[in-house]
Design a protein around this ligand. Structure first.
Ligand code: ADP
Ligand code: MG
Length: 242
């Protein structure tokens, strides 16, 4: 529990920092990117490899800033009654493209007539993409990624299962901390962002993993609390209209 509190403190600190420095950093970076692009066009074929590295690194820095931003967005978010199946289905083409590039299988098993939840579409997509990308990145020599939904009393569940390297106990203890990464080009912000999104949706994340066999991330959403928030929001709207 002590660790849990420490993590939340660090998360909100990260959020506040992100809110204050994001604009100051994004603008000069956009200018740099524009001029580098211009230089690239004017220099013909010379130094193409250097330019590609500069652009890649600028894009990576931008990605980190975007992840920072989503941690900072703790304001009232725009939600609607939605089937999680529809949101996953929207992300499947993106995940499929990534899986194809890596020569990996993708399976999607939606549970029919899944109860609707009160969800922010954009954030849920980011959650699914972050988990799916981690799963794909964990599979170096072939394998398959399985996405599925289920429901049982009070719960809607999303599973993202890979047949990758698995997670050691030491990684398991730290992987939700901002900036923890075992990848040479990782940001270490994917899972903290996932956790922050799930917590804003009355959910929790469980992880099952076996080294060398694979990992399953299980995200559980509490239906009753989700619908209570939907009802409260509807109440406000009626109140304003009247
Ligand atoms: P990043 O992907 O940039 O490293 P994340 O926060 O998404 O940051 O993940 C943190 C770390 O958790 C990863 O570097 C990896 O060590 C571990 N991890 C997350 N998902 C998986 C997975 N599906 N299989 C194995 N390791 C994982
Ligand atoms: Mg990641």
């Amino acid at each position: 529990l002590r660790d849990e509190l420490g993590r939340m403190d660090r998360l909100s600190l990260v959020g506040q920092m992100a809110a204050s420095i994001t604009h100051e950093i994004r603008n000069p970076m956009a200018v740099i990117r524009g001029f580098v692009q211009l230089m690239k066009e004017r220099s013909g074929e010379t130094h193409n490899d250097y330019f590609r590295i500069i652009m890649d690194e600028l894009d990576r820095a931008n990605m980190i800033i975007n992840d920072f931003l989503s941690l900072a967005q703790n304001r009232l978010i725009d939600k609607a009654l939605t089937s999680l199946n529809d949101i996953v289905a929207d992300t499947i083409p993106l995940i499929q493209a990534d899986a194809n590039l890596r020569g990996l299988h993708l399976e999607w098993n939606p549970r029919p007539s899944l109860p609707e939840l009160w969800l922010n579409d954009k954030e849920m997509k980011q959650l699914i993409l972050n988990l799916a990308r981690n799963g794909l990145e964990a599979m170096k020599d072939g394998g398959s990624l399985r996405l599925s939904t289920r429901t049982y009393p009070g719960i809607v569940e999303l599973r993202v299962q890979d047949t990758g390297v698995g997670i050691t106990q030491i990684q398991m203890d730290q992987m939700f901390e901002p900036f923890f990464t075992t990848k040479s080009r990782g940001t270490g912000l994917g899972l903290p962002v996932c956790l922050s999104i799930v917590e804003k949706h009355h959910g929790s994340i469980e992880v099952e993993s076996k080294e060398g066999e694979g990992t399953t991330f299980i995200v559980k959403f509490r239906i009753e609390e989700s619908l209570a928030e939907a009802a409260a929001a509807a109440g406000y709207e009626v109140g304003f209209a009247g």
